[in-house]
Design a protein around this ligand. Structure first.
Ligand code: ADP
Ligand code: ADP
Length: 228
């Protein structure tokens, strides 16, 4: 089974078609880029894959589990970085991540290990006890990554993981994604071609709600040059 599978996913808002018949699959261990201009349907597709939105038509499968039928099993496999990062402005990264770990039923021991891991991987030491609402965009994004990584999921679905970051932060997040890609299956969305070349094996190109190309990075370069 592929780890991530979109099967003819469509999402309609009344007469408006956000995505139409979106199909692709990402095998285990691949880092796939979901590339397309703003409004193309990337976030919508990612919310359909993670179960945050219900498809109008089609099916999302994660690790072979149908999101509609085996939601709990499918969700356990996924770490999701939403488009706008964490919205828990009053909490500290420490408080938020502890709460999430406890809500997931982690033992004290596991939670401690996982917190140590994400603090270090996401470089959160300096902001661990500060209010999320007062952090910079870059730090908020890293809190979002820590949230996505906390339960050590096999699949990462990352919506614009470097958007709004400065070049140094972008470099660090890309390094982290490359490292995570050695053991995890990753789908990341972006509207920047250089992001794809920097970290991905595979490109899935979406425009106006439809998949228009799917292949390896070299094949796609000519076709997507105008998006730079
Ligand atoms: P992307 O992530 O590629 O920028 P989105 O998936 O966010 O694109 O949006 C795809 C299209 O669907 C856009 O035209 C957007 O305005 C529209 N859309 C997204 N969510 C909703 C919604 N809840 N209601 C109506 N239209 C929506
Ligand atoms: P849902 O549609 O399940 O409420 P979304 O995250 O897609 O979840 O939308 C968040 C909110 O934004 C919703 O209240 C939605 O109606 C509203 N919305 C309306 N139009 C748009 C749009 N064009 N793009 C994004 N969100 C929109």
């Amino acid at each position: 089974d592929p780890m991530i599978e979109a099967k003819s996913l469509s999402k309609f808002y009344g007469p408006f078609i956000a995505t139409r018949d979106v199909s692709f699959s990402v095998p285990q261990g691949e880092i796939a880029a979901f590339l397309g201009p703003n409004g193309a349907g990337k976030s919508t597709t990612m919310k359909l894959l993670t179960g945050f939105l219900t498809p109008s038509e089609g099916e999302a499968r994660i690790g072979g589990f149908n999101m509609a039928e085996d939601r709990i099993k499918a969700s356990e496999l996924i770490g999701y970085l939403p488009e706008n990062g964490p919205l828990y402005n009053e909490m500290t990264p420490q408080g938020l991540l502890k709460y999430i770990g406890q809500a997931r039923g982690m033992s004290r021991e596991t939670l401690k290990q996982r917190l140590d891991y994400v603090v270090q991987k996401c470089s959160l030491e300096d902001v661990w006890g500060k209010q999320i609402g007062k952090l910079s965009r870059g730090y908020r994004q890293r809190v979002g990554m820590a949230h996505a990584l906390l339960h050590d999921p096999q699949v990462l679905i990352l919506d614009e993981p470097t958007s709004g970051l400065d070049p140094n932060q972008t470099f660090q997040v890309r390094e982290l994604i490359r490292e995570l890609g050695k053991t995890k299956t990753i789908l990341l969305s972006t509207h920047i071609l250089s992001e794809v070349e920097a970290v991905c094996d595979r490109i899935i190109l979406i425009d106006r709600g439809r998949i228009i190309l799917d292949g390896n990075v070299e094949q796609m370069k000519g076709e997507t040059g105008q998006m730079e």
